[in-house]
Design a protein around this ligand. Structure first.
Ligand code: HEC
Length: 134
C-alpha cells in the first residue's frame, strides 16, 4: 500500500476500513477456525507417531477421529490401560487441555507416554484440529 493510495481514501473510508479490520466478529468466522486447525495439524506432529486419524485403525495409541466429546477409553479393539478405561472422563476441551499438558497427572497409570503441550495457544490449535476431525 503506498502513501498516494492512502491519501486518496476519504477519512470515512479509512474509519470503515479500520472498523472492519478490528472487528472481533470477523475472527470468529469459519476461515479462522480452518487456520487454527491447520496450525493444530502442526502441533499434532508430536502425536502422530502413535495416533492415526483413520477411524478404522489404531496405532500404538487409539485413533483420535471424533475424540472431542467422546468418553475416554471407548475405541473398540484398543487395549487401554485400566487407569484410562476407569477414569470416567469425557474428552471435552477442559480435559483435553489437562491431558496434553500433563497426561500422567490427569490419569495416573496411563500407558500414554508423557506429553507436555502447556502453551494455551498451542492447545487451542490442537483442539481446533481435533474438532475438525469430528
Ligand atoms: C508414544 C505414543 C504416544 C504419543 C506420542 C501420544 N500418545 Fe496419546 N495415547 C497413547 C496411548 C498408548 C494411549 C492409550 C493410553 C491408555 O490406555 O492409558 C493414548 C491415549 C490418548 C487419548 C485418549 C483417547 C481415548 O480414546 O480415550 C488422547 C485424547 C490422546 N492420547 C491424545 C494425544 C495427543 C493430543 C498427543 C500429542 C500431543 C498424544 N496423544 C501423543 C500413545 C501416545
Amino acid at each position: 500500500m503506498n502513501n498516494r493510495w492512502i491519501a486518496a481514501l476519504s477519512p470515512s473510508a479509512l474509519v470503515a476500513l479500520t472498523a472492519l479490520v478490528a472487528s472481533p466478529a470477523l475472527y470468529a468466522e469459519g476461515s479462522d477456525q480452518e487456520a487454527m486447525a491447520a496450525a493444530g495439524a502442526a502441533v499434532f506432529h508430536q502425536c502422530e507417531a502413535c495416533h492415526t486419524l483413520d477411524p478404522a485403525k489404531n496405532g500404538f495409541g487409539p485413533n483420535l477421529h471424533g475424540v472431542v466429546g467422546r468418553e475416554a477409553g471407548t475405541v473398540p479393539r484398543f487395549a487401554y490401560s485400566d487407569a484410562l478405561k476407569n477414569s470416567g472422563l469425557t474428552w471435552n476441551e477442559e480435559n483435553l487441555r489437562k491431558w496434553v499438558a500433563d497426561n500422567e497427572a490427569l490419569v495416573p497409570g496411563t500407558r500414554m507416554r508423557h506429553v507436555s503441550v502447556t502453551d494455551p495457544v498451542e492447545q487451542d490449535y490442537l483442539i481446533a484440529f481435533l474438532k475438525s476431525l469430528n
